[in-house]
Ligand binder design. Sequence first.
Ligand code: PEP
Ligand code: MN
Length: 338
Amino acid sequence: MIVLIKKDCPKDEVNEIIAEIKSYGVETDISYGDGTLLIGVVGDTSVVDRYKIAANPYVENIIKVSEPYKKANRKFHPDDTIVEVNGRKIGGDSIAIIAGPCSIETREQTLETAKGVAKSGANFLRGGAFKPRTSPYAFQGLELDGLELLKIAREETGLPIVTEIMSPRLVEKFIDDVDVIQVGARNMQNFDLLKELSYTQKPILLKRGLAATIDEWLMSAEYLLAGGNNNVILCERGIRSFEGYTRNVLDISAIPVVKRLSHLPILVDPSHASGKAWMVPILAKTAIAAGADGLIIEVHNDPKHALCDGAQSLDLPQFDALMNNLQKYAELEGKKLC
Ligand code: PEP
Ligand code: MN
């Protein structure tokens, strides 16, 4: 439910309306759209006496929000959300580029890749320290040692770090050490993890689940927002289908759909979507044309010898060529690489 307040409503009166709404045991979420104040109401709104609230002359209208996601809903928050990370913006008119290896493997691999992507203009460094692998016998990541290598790479390049969390037990450690916490596709509905991450303001990159609908994905974002974390970034990374040529099917239409339904920024991961390095630049450009706010791209200093996802990783010259090319695509969309 959204309560629209008239533009000439005095501040004291606004506070009184908010107090009255809250007296029904629901929560309020304030935002502005076109200069109009919107009071979003979340919780059990069936107990709210909407006729009593509508009787206030400063209440312009009361709108019922039928979608199950409320705080993630564009109706609650008409303007685009821009998430700021160490002075870098994700959302709005900038295109954010997150690049780096699938997994942190060695000091040399991490630093060479990090320096390479920084030189080509990436804004963030990615790299998995804790890896969600299908096989328990596959490389599981360097775990806490990998996190330390990422921190060294941040020191050396100045790039904020983005890395995946798998366990709620590590939330505090990640809050201390990481700039953007990634929730991977396999954990999109790990509600305990989402709840823990909702109590911080640390930016969260929430990937779409392997076979999640857009509504399910937005409901996972709602878990983060419901606990008070407003810094949520979505990431489309391809969904399961019968097609086997590509690793997943990049759901390009999810970008305009999410933009219409939600105010949250959305990035695209062309690497996990395709599983093939040669396809990454094509999908990256397509994502920008479709309105994505940025990209997360796997880059490795030596893809042939990567311990994970080498086939979909660009090498450093390929990433450099792509970055030179993307500028034009960003400009076509009235945006700039940030
Ligand atoms: C990753 O980005 O390293 C990853 C495992 O991606 P996803 O969760 O999208 O499969
Ligand atoms: Mn990977």
